[in-house]
Design a protein around this ligand. Structure first.
Ligand code: ADP
Length: 468
């Protein structure tokens, strides 16, 4: 099929032109039949009137009077226009008007039979002359044994109908042309929005995500399509930017430990050291490698959970003892940093969850609290079941706090509010914590302001062993 016919605009044009032409054609044809029907009805009425008049004449003046009347009446109306022929029921002609113009018109046997058998009068339409001019013929009884055959040339109606046909042909040609043009114009105009969107989409490449479809604001279908399309582009742009940022961050965060590992190996190769120093370098290498592995593991947990393929092992977890044990471990670290570390853990709180993962989530929060609280600060940990029926794990510090603009972003992968990245960390701790909490049907929230410390709150469904 040619490409032209594959476009919606051309198909709409064809439909439009087709529908317009067919409906106008139907209207014209109906009008034609209505007009010709009315003209014929009028002619029939005239013929019947004449026939009635003949009946009256016969009653008053007898057959001879009717004969004279036929000649005079035909002369008065025009002998080419009308004729009168009086017949006996067997078809024998008794008298007629001047018939030289009508000599081809015979007496129809069928019409006479019909008249005799069923009806008071019978109409026929016949062709007269070579020009296919038509005439309407009436057979009717004007006296018990006298039939009047009278015919009227349908010249006026023929003229009207032929003029009508000409107008019809001209008008139809115009309608087809006009409807095709109007259809094409309207389809092009209606679909121009699609073309704009197509061109915008064509302009967008991985490098240029700024292009947007102009929105007309008139709230029609194309405007809302353009709006949705632009919203989609906004989201894609944010996503692509964050992927770029993330890959920059990954590169940056992987580079440092790998550089350090390489440095240790180089020193070991180049300089002769005693055994203890070799040992300490091996230990540092393991530490760096562990940090890398930890990062990679965190990324795997997050992306598996994102794709719905997490491998968490759910069991009944005594959160109280888990958190108390972790706090005991963190206490010396906090004290070494000159931070007061207090914890208030309610007894026997049980949740349905993955022990190792919950431990990681909690440790990340406490680790951050210690990292971002200066000497002399304090950290408060609290675990309890609150009035809302949820288990609340609260990690509060009075450390450096978080800027408001960073609050939404700190849960994103690799995001670190400190752009200089002077402190250790991967930017994965909070996003891992969020993923873990989400997998436990819980929530993690933060309230913080710069310089006033932070409160991280994890809420988890209590106990819910029945879910298992
Ligand atoms: P990391 O600690 O490895 O940098 P996280 O995902 O755990 O990564 O935290 C992301 C960022 O959130 C941190 O870099 C820090 O800027 C900010 N942040 C997290 N916890 C705290 C806190 N308790 N106080 C201040 N800032 C915090």
């Amino acid at each position: 099929m040619p490409k032209f016919f594959l476009t919606i605009a051309s198909r709409l044009t064809l439909w439009y032109a087709g529908i317009f032409t067919i409906s106008s054609g139907v209207v014209f044809v109906l009008f034609y039949f209505l007009a010709s029907g009315m003209i014929q009805h009028q002619i029939d009425q005239d013929l019947l009137e004449k026939s009635n008049y003949f009946s009256t004449i016969i009653q008053r003046n007898g057959l001879a009077g009717a004969r004279r009347f036929a000649v005079l009446e035909a002369q008065a109306a025009g002998e080419k226009m009308i004729f009168f022929r009086m017949l006996f029921p067997n078809g024998e002609v008794y008298a007629s008007s001047h018939m030289s113009y009508w000599k081809n018109v015979s007496v129809s046997k069928t019409a006479l039979d019909n008249l005799l058998q069923y009806k008071r009068h019978v109409f026929e339409t016949i062709n007269i002359g070579p020009a296919k001019l038509k005439a309407r013929i009436l057979y009717s009884f004007i006296a018990p044994d006298v039939v009047l055959q009278t015919g009227l040339a349908m010249q006026a109606s023929a003229r009207f109908l032929s003029a009508f046909q000409k107008v019809f042909t001209g008008a139809m040609a115009f309608v087809v042309l006009f409807s095709a043009l109007a259809g094409w114009f309207m389809a092009r105009k209606a679909l121009s929005g699609v073309e704009t969107i197509r061109r915008t989409a064509e302009n967008i490449t991985g490098l240029n995500l700024e292009a947007r479809v102009p929105e007309s604001g008139n709230q029609d279908e194309f405007d809302s399509l353009a709006h949705t399309f632009n919203q989609m582009l906004d989201r894609i742009e944010i996503l692509v930017k964050s992927i770029r940022e993330m890959s920059d961050n990954i590169a940056h965060d992987l580079k440092s430990p790998i550089t350090r590992i390489r440095g240790f190996a180089e020193i070991t190769l180049v300089h002769k050291q005693d055994m203890n120093e070799y040992r300490s370098m091996a230990a540092s290498t393991i530490e760096e490698a562990d940090r890398l592995l930890d990062m990679i593991n965190s990324m795997l947990v997050i992306s598996r959970a994102d794709s719905g393929a997490s491998d968490f092992i759910f069991e009944q977890v005594n959160l109280s003892s888990m958190i108390a044990d972790a706090c005991e471990l963190f206490l010396p670290l906090a004290e070494d940093n000159g931070i007061a570390f207090k914890f208030d853990v309610a007894q026997d709180i049980v949740v349905h969850g993955d022990r190792r993962m919950l431990q990681r989530a909690f440790s990340n929060l406490v680790d951050n609290a210690i990292k971002f609280t200066p000497e002399g600060g304090q950290i408060l940990i609290r675990l309890d079941v609150e009035a809302d029926g949820y288990v609340h794990i609260r990690v509060e510090d009075n450390g450096m706090g978080i800027e408001e603009m960073d609050l939404d972003k700190i849960f994103e992968r690799f995001y670190r509010a400190d752009p200089s990245r002077t402190r250790t960390g991967s930017g994965l701790g909070l996003s891992l914590a969020k993923t873990i909490v989400k997998e436990h049907s819980g929530q993690i929230k933060v309230t913080s302001s710069k310089g006033n410390g932070s409160v991280f709150l994890i809420t988890l469904p209590y106990g819910n062993l029945e879910v298992i």
